[in-house]
Ligand binder design. Structure first.
Ligand code: C2O
Ligand code: CU
Length: 631
């Protein structure tokens, strides 16, 4: 008997190779499972090393944890090849299950030890892939635990072929890991850095000029409160925050007091104000630290319905409750007898509320005129960005303003659904009928608002009602921007998205012409220029309300057809799937201004950029080093 034969002899305890050992002790099928588990474990380790790279800058203990985890997994892979044993398989299955459990907890409730304790992380493609591979390895290790009755011998080729499906998965994980490391989150990124040797004005100096306008002072204290048994982050303890109502021409001074565990800011959505007061963390200010306060001051120039909200870590903070309505009244008052603010928003249990309640009753008597100011603060989350489509039943009505800006000659319409993307507003006006109530319906779920008393309007199938068309409503009127005919700056913005490497991860992205924030080239303008944007939504299923800071869009055309009714001025244009909108604005407010999709998940996933005035720079930075996160 040769040496080789001796080694190969059945019952021999000296194995020539792991393959032999495994085949004899666990059977041929097990060898394939072992190799597959080893490959997948290495793939997961690669993703954990990539995660470590991102976390090292952000929160050192996590960086160390992920390096340790990756090393442990490499160790497990080696041990599985060198010394496979039933005990090792049991340990591997248990440990990997523990890692999966930790991931689940970190995504649902958050972990107690973290940079932000008990803050759930948003699941992404990369961590979900790692978890999927881990689940497969747990199954594989689990299958290796029971002793097979009669080990089935199998040839090497058969074993290799059975383990083969693990190869592409492992390569995919490795590719993701390498790509993520090569596209890190910027440590410090300036939207408009000062350039040495070039004189620039800092955004910090773009404040309201002193004057003796009537002063309206408010304090908004951001804090953690309990609303209906759930934790909310709120201004002055309520969600939505208090209604700020001022008169055109007032000097508005708001002191933000931060009693949150995290930094925050306030953005005055839709208001044209000096750049330094715009409230964008990392662009126009540093986020206000816990325990600190910050004063915003501006002159309320435009009448209308606006709102305010946090612009720090917005995807996380805003849905917790940091927003509220803001109204600028004309000096002469408004024509209607009744004036109600209706802020639509998500409740933590996933229904739409209006002013914090599911069903609201508003007073009005027959013959009275009523104005409803509807604000869409419903964040539709990471996915479609679907708008809300409220409709008024029981009275004909006029759409008197969009995004706070009056429409010219608005005529009465029947029950048409008013489509509002996240952040948009509409003012509706109507006269109470001689008898019966009026209902604002069409909000998701059972939420509704009833105005007046008496019998309710007849129920209708809301979904079949016409959607209001802002391109053909009201009376035409001259408009300096719409009538300009030529523009100094033009930019096409294609709204799209695909899985991509960005900000230290591989995930779905939402893009402006293929770019994700912070790499979208800014729109550079000079004061006095007319700027036209062509916004083309090429997605099949996403709604993108594209919002501009510090300026107002004049809507020029939809799908190439110019408007036929009233001029329309908005601070966000809702681009539905496959729609193209032409909008324009006059560059009349120097600064560095955000332009982004107002679906918070889309802005977070890359659909955010800035409009940069020549000669203006910002001393603030975004990125992991700064503590400023605009989206
Ligand atoms: Cu209401 Cu930059 O947003
Ligand atoms: Cu969007």
């Amino acid at each position: 008997m040769s040496v080789i034969d001796a080694v190969r002899a059945p019952g021999n305890t000296v194995a020539r190779s792991t393959g032999d050992l495994v085949r004899r002790r666990f059977g041929g099928r097990s060898a394939a499972r072992i190799y597959a588990a080893v490959l997948l474990t290495l793939g997961v380790a690669a993703i954990h090393f990539a995660a470590a790279a991102g976390h090292l800058a952000e929160y050192l203990p996590y960086g160390i944890f992920f390096i340790g985890l990756g090393l442990a997994q490499v160790g497990l892979a080696v041990a599985t090849v060198v010394a496979p044993s039933r005990r090792l398989f049991i340990g591997a299955a248990i440990a990997t299950t523990g890692v999966i459990a930790l991931w689940v907890v970190s995504r649902i409730t958050g972990l107690p030890v973290a940079r932000d304790p008990w803050r759930p992380e948003i699941p992404g493609m990369m961590d979900m892939s790692a978890t999927l591979l881990e689940i497969i390895t747990v199954v594989l290790f689990g299958l290796l635990i029971p002793t097979p009755r009669k080990p089935k011998a199998r040839g090497r080729t058969r074993i290799a072929l059975t383990a083969l499906p693990a190869v592409p998965l492992t390569l995919l994980a490795g590719w993701m890991a390498v790509g993520a490391v090569l596209h890190p989150m910027a440590a410090a990124f300036s939207a408009a850095p000062a350039v040495a040797g070039q004189a620039t004005t800092s955004v910090a100096d773009l404040v309201a000029a002193p004057g003796n306008e009537p002063l309206r002072a408010f304090t908004l204290t951001a804090g953690v409160v309990n609303i209906g048994g759930r934790q909310a982050w709120a201004f002055n303890g309520t969600v939505p925050g208090p209604e700020l109502r001022v008169t055109q021409g007032d000097r508005v001074r708001v002191t933000l007091v931060n009693r949150l565990p995290d930094s925050t800011s306030i953005h005055w959505h839709g208001i044209r104000l000096p750049n330094a007061e715009d409230g964008v963390s990392g662009v126009t200010q540093n986020a206000v630290r816990p325990g600190s306060s910050y004063v915003y001051e501006f002159i309320a120039g435009d009448v209308g319905t606006y709102w305010y909200h946090t612009h720090q870590d917005t995807l996380y903070q805003l849905p917790l409750g940091l927003y509220g309505p803001l109204v600028v009244m004309p000096r002469a008052g408004i024509a209607e007898h009744r004036d109600y603010m209706l802020t639509a928003h998500w409740s933590p249990d996933g229904t739409i509320l209006v002013n914090g309640s599911r069903s609201l009753h508003l007073d009005a008597t027959p013959g009275e005129t009523v104005r409803l100011r509807i604000v869409n603060a419903v964040n539709e989350g990471l996915f479609g960005g679907n708008p809300i489509r409220p409709v008024l039943l029981g009275a004909r009505y006029r759409v008197v303003a969009l995004d706070g800006h009056d429409l010219n000659g608005p005529q009465e319409i029947g029950p048409e659904r008013i489509q509002l993307g996240m952040g948009q507003r509409a003012d509706l006006a109507f006269t109470m009928p001689p008898s019966g109530a009026v209902e604002l319906a069409g909000l998701a779920g059972s939420s509704r608002v009833v105005i007046g008393d008496g019998p309710m309007p007849a129920a209708v199938k809301v979904d079949s009602l016409r959607v209001f068309d802002l391109t053909a409503y009201g009376e035409p009127a001259p408009d300096p921007v719409a009538d300009a005919g030529s523009f100094d700056v033009t930019r096409d913005l294609e709204l799209a998205g695909a899985p991509a490497f960005y900000n230290g991860t591989y995930d779905f992205s939402d893009t402006f012409s293929g770019y994700t924030s912070p790499n979208v080239p800014p729109i550079t303008v000079r004061e006095g220029q007319l700027v036209r944007l062509r916004i083309h939504n090429t997605t099949a299923d996403k709604y993108h309300p594209i919002h501009i800071h510090g300026h107002v869009f004049t809507v020029l055309a939809k799908n190439g057809h110019p408007l036929t009714g009233s001029p329309v001025h908005v601070d966000a244009i809702l681009a539905a799937p496959h729609e193209t909108w032409d909008v324009a604005f006059k560059a009349d407010n120097p600064g560095i201004w955000m332009l982004h999709c107002h679906v918070l998940g889309h802005a977070y996933a890359g659909m955010s950029m800035t409009i940069n005035y020549e000669g203006i720079s910002t001393p603030y930075t975004m990125g992991t080093d700064s503590g400023n996160v605009a989206e």
